[in-house]
Design a protein around this ligand. Structure first.
Ligand code: ATP
Ligand code: MG
Length: 332
């Protein structure tokens, strides 16, 4: 995509909470992306999509002040990005909590409060406790918040991560694949928590995901990054066969099936569209290893959850495995 097509400035109104201008990200001589202009306003929900290794997490790290731009500028709430910025809440790309870590749910949330100034006196401690309790209630974690993290299910842990990221009342919430390995009910729950927050508090949300369908109704804007190229726009503007074919440099079809997006690619794009290596492995039988054919692969807009037969059947979603694109039945 040419940079001119990706320009995201010039729409009047309030000063954006997140602003990147002509941003370039490089590690050594390797440039991941450049010429990125992005403006995110209060209450806006931006989905960041793209295959593994295109620099989505690195983009969040730029906003967090952990990674420096090679060119251009980044501003958060009008100030340059910096480490320990209380204006930012962050749900990192998921790593399971190591066993042996005796942290309880409320302790994790407390880490989100501790970055802020509450004072050391009794009043400060009370306020801190009240903040944590409110965060626990906000994510519906009353039942398990006092249990050790290692004893919790993935969905329970993820709810607490959301609480931790929100407890400091940030202006921007950065979420790095927060729905990963959650079942459909928990995906919905976590997405709703985040959506409610941006509506009630005007929190701007940048949401990295390989699974746009669970959040599709919430998304104002998509940033789609592929191999140094990108496109920014509404889901209707970006999630089209034309735009994705251009980004992936090969024929990609985007189908709309019962209000959901199904992305169909061929050959090498299967990996890219599929997103997670683990999901490729998980669906084993779908590995496109028949040498004589290049099977088309449909993925419900890279939706991880629909790659398991169980969730696909219970949710009645289109199957995503290679060779099953016929079952989607909307190409003919
Ligand atoms: N500190 C670093 N130094 C050098 N290279 C790095 C560094 N951090 C990330 N990279 C490389 O930059 C590329 C982009 O990494 P990043 O984690 O941003 O990708 P991503 O889009 O989040 O991918 P995924 O979907 O797998 O999470 C990768 O190839 C990665 O190996
Ligand atoms: Mg990442």
């Amino acid at each position: 995509m040419s940079d001119s097509l990706s320009t995201d400035h010039g729409r009047g109104g309030v000063e954006p909470v997140v602003r990147l201008d002509a941003a370039r990200l490089s590690y050594g001589d390797r440039t991941l992306w450049q010429g990125l202009d992005l403006a995110v306003r209060a209450g806006e929900f931006v989905a960041i999509l793209g295959p593994n290794g295109t620099g989505k997490t690195s983009l969040l790290k730029v906003l967090l002040g952990q990674v420096q731009l090679a060119a251009g500028s980044v501003r958060i709430a009008g100030a340059p990005a910096r480490l320990g910025n209380p204006d930012i809440g962050y749900i990192p790309q998921q790593k399971s909590f190591e066993t042996g870590v005796q942290l309880r749910g409320v302790d994790l949330i407390g880490l989100g409060v501790d970055g802020h100034h509450w004072g050391l006196g009794l009043r400060g401690r009370r306020e801190r406790r009240a903040k944590i309790a409110a965060a626990v209630t906000a994510v519906g974690a009353e039942r398990f918040a006092h249990a050790p993290l290692e004893s919790m299910s993935g969905g329970e842990q993820q709810r607490l991560r959301v609480a931790q990221a929100l407890v400091g009342d940030p202006k921007v919430l950065l979420c790095d694949e927060p729905l990963l390995s959650l079942d459909l009910a928990n995906q919905r729950l976590v997405a709703e928590l985040i959506d409610r927050r941006r509506r009630t508090h005007g929190t701007a949300v940048l949401f990295v995901t390989h699974e746009i369908n669970p959040i599709l109704p919430l998304v104002d804007k998509v940033l789609y990054l592929v191999d140094g190229k990108f496109r920014i726009g509404t889901p209707e503007e970006v999630m089209t066969s034309e735009v994705l074919s251009e980004l992936y440099r090969t024929e990609v079809d985007v189908l709309r099936v019962r209000g959901r997006l199904v992305v169909v690619g061929t050959g090498d794009t299967i990996d890219a569209l599929g997103g997670h290596h683990e999901s490729e492995a998980a669906r084993g039988e779908s590995t496109p290893n028949a040498p004589e054919s290049e099977p088309a692969t449909a993925t419900a807009a890279n939706e991880h959850a629909t790659t398991t037969p169980e969730s696909a059947s219970t949710a009645g979603e289109p199957m995503t495995a290679a060779g099953e694109s016929e079952r989607v039945g909307v190409r003919s």
